[in-house]
Every structure is written in structure tokens, then in C-alpha cells.
Design a protein around this ligand. Structure first.
Ligand code: ZN
Ligand code: ZN
Length: 182
């Protein structure tokens, strides 16, 4: 290969756009945004959360109390940050080019012939991302890529954030209604 050292910095895996390499492994991986329509789900849902939470914080919360606005900002911030991290952090792209050391070589079920890497248990190939993912959980259209070992904690935090936001909004709207009636 004659492409020089800068190619390492821009190396992509499968359909993922990878950057920010740490010890040869990508730190950030963005799902197939530009190539497939699936990437737009993230941008649409993220914008939706951002706009609705800002409207809520600027219009509804101040009518209830300033403490309510601060609590809302923390909850929505938690939701948005974890959603963003789940969408940009490397989900666990398998890059191992050597056998695992248990005597199994190319052709065994631990070898992925599509990305030519050796897989450990719980590593699975994703056709949408075009790579093998360590600790594969599922391919998530809402983050536009796989949920695996690297980003599953942010994904769970995001789900918890949705639940807490829902409870917070319901409670705040109930108080908002009382303020306006009283
Ligand atoms: Zn693979
Ligand atoms: Zn995937």
C-alpha cells in the first residue's frame, strides 16, 4: 500500500465513518449516514428532542419554578448527551487480524470472511454496518449503527433518560395546569 500514514487516521470500517484513533482503534464511529437513508433517523430524532426540550425549558418550566427549569435542563441534557455518545462512540468494531490462539484458523466459524477478522464469542457481523461488532446487541436505526460493547452503556442511559424525561414532563405539565387554573 502506498497511501501513506495519513490513511491510518481516516481508515473506515465497513460502512462506518471512523475517526479519532487511540492505539490503532477508532474512538468515534458514525453510522452509514450519508450513504443510506437510515442515518437520517438519528438527525431527525435528535433535532426533535433538542427542539422540544428547549421549548419545554423556555416556555413551560419557568411558569412552574426555577428549580423545575434546572431539573429539566439536567434531565434533558443527560438524555441528549447519552444519545449523542451512543451514536458517535465506536460500538466495538472487531479489528483482530490474528487467530484467537485456540488453534482455530481461517475457515472456522470464528473467522468472518466478509471483514476478514477473527471473532470472539458474542462478536457478530452486521450487514448494515458491514463490520463485526464485539458484544453485539442489535443494529439500531435510531443511532444509525450497531449497539455493542463500546456504546451499550450510553444506549441504556439514553433509554433511562427517555423514561425520566417522560415522567418529568408529565409532572411538570400537571403543575403547569394547576398554576394556570389557580
Ligand atoms: Zn464481519
Ligand atoms: Zn450495524
Amino acid at each position: 500500500m502506498e497511501k501513506g500514514s495519513h490513511q491510518v487516521l481516516n481508515k473506515n470500517y465497513g460502512h462506518l465513518i471512523s475517526f479519532g484513533f487511540v492505539e490503532g482503534e477508532p474512538f468515534f464511529c458514525i453510522g452509514p449516514h450519508c450513504k443510506y437513508h437510515i442515518g437520517r433517523y438519528f438527525l431527525c430524532l435528535f433535532s426533535f428532542f433538542l427542539v422540544t426540550s428547549l421549548l419545554f425549558l423556555l416556555v413551560v418550566c419557568p411558569a412552574v419554578s426555577s428549580g423545575n427549569t434546572q431539573l429539566g435542563a439536567m434531565i434533558f441534557g443527560f438524555l441528549l448527551i447519552n444519545y449523542l455518545l451512543a451514536a458517535v462512540i465506536n460500538p466495538g468494531v472487531e479489528t483482530r487480524k490474528e487467530p484467537l490462539g485456540n488453534g482455530e484458523g481461517e475457515g472456522s466459524e470464528n473467522f468472518c470472511s466478509e471483514c476478514e477478522v477473527y471473532r470472539e464469542e458474542k462478536t457478530e457481523h452486521c450487514d448494515d454496518c458491514g463490520v463485526c461488532i464485539q458484544g453485539y446487541d442489535h443494529h439500531c436505526p435510531w443511532t444509525s449503527k450497531c449497539i455493542g460493547k463500546g456504546n451499550i452503556c450510553f444506549f441504556y442511559n439514553f433509554l433511562i433518560g427517555i423514561l425520566i424525561s417522560f415522567i418529568f414532563c408529565t409532572g411538570t405539565l400537571a403543575m403547569f395546569g394547576q398554576v394556570h387554573r389557580g
